[in-house]
Design a protein around this ligand. Sequence first.
Ligand code: CMC
Length: 426
Amino acid sequence: MMSERVKIIIEGKTFEFPVIVGSEGEKAIDIAQLRKTTGYITHDPGFGNTGCCRSAITFMDGEKGVLRYRGIPVEQLAEHSTFVETAYLLINGHLPNREQLTQMRVLLNDSSMVHEDMKFFYQNFPRNAHPMGILSAMVNALKSFYPIYDIEEEQTYTTLNLISKIRTMSAMSYRMSRGHLVIYPRPDYSYCANFLNMMFDNPVNPYKMDEDLVKALNVFWILHADHEQNCSTTAVRVVGSGKVNLYAAISAGIAALWGPLHGGANQAVIEMLTNIQKNGQSIRQVIEMAKDKKKNFRLMGFGHRVYKTYDPRAKIMKKMCDMVLGKLKKKDPLLDLAKELEEAALTDTYFIDKHLYPNVDFYSGIVLRAMGIPLNMFTVMFAIGRLPGWIAQWQEGMEDPEGKIARPRQIYTGAGLTNYIPLGER
Ligand code: CMC
């Protein structure tokens, strides 16, 4: 596989570097020896051309709009699988048999409660604290409440502990932020049903479980479950490369996901649509604003580093908007607005030439709104979904025979040697 070589001429001298070919034919120049042999490093802001690892977890083809977890198209998983089964697939590399799936469900149930003392933390965050900040802090705090020192145990116990508890903790943070009674997880409910129940049940008006909404939540989380080396996953891998514990690495991933250019875009899309509606802007005005570099405004939920065609997740999410709203007999004017914006953007040369299409976040907020999820919890929903991917990637990084501590280089552009001037002489 490594017979091909690439020649690079530097200062008149020719150097040869091996080529790595992935299982889907993607090619990379292996420059691990570049600095040693040539004295040069590469400069690639945003890492758009840099492969930081070999990975067997997720395959994306951004030109064709392909997304597969462990080889299985995301469309098939969205149609036939559950979030828990997909999490098993990502973490273990294969679909579970009936017994393995049952065992995973039992273990998730066993780990679903959160230490009662953790409630004190929740109580002391300011009421308007963003749930992503709270979640990142609480996931990090889990290490103190559930200390595990053995790496092997960490990979089994911590994994399930996290997947189970993140759901309980997220629902808890919502309930406590509203001053409502915390609802505990029920062993008779599935992973997704349990989350909805913990969010919305109350003793006066018990939550009526709707299987279509449970299915929709499964699909929502499956679509977010992994996306190879994105910003938050890279954060998890980089932090993990220092051999820190899984909770700390995931906490870093949650912090990275929070940003509006990444997972925070689902909240930003709804805020953008609401503003357009409130300010009575026309679709044309919004499109022109997004094209104007001086305006510092982007069409949120549009564009992607890898996809240069329609994001396959966005296609499913768009259909799900109609399904969920239809099922709940609700109308959402923001959906009509989003569809109009999409149509206008996809026929505008700016968006066509730059290959800017709706990404997963463009329609996901409409689905979450319909389910009753509050706006500031949207990115938390993304985080719960992305957790199995982060775990699988962390694990792969820990076991990688080529794995090293992440430590990029830089091109220094600061001052030359400068002598210190004592305080009185400045
Ligand atoms: N609206 C208007 N113009 C855009 C947009 C947009 N949403 N996205 C990219 N562009 C333009 C950008 O101005 C640039 O133009 P030029 O070449 O003339 O300078 C060109 O398209 C390339 O953009 P870029 O910022 O260099 O591309 P990137 O790969 O660094 O950024 C992105 C990708 C997703 C951060 C960006 O498209 C963006 O900011 N989108 C809006 C935020 C968003 O929806 N984020 C969610 C991403 S999907 C969920 C996830 O996995 O994170």
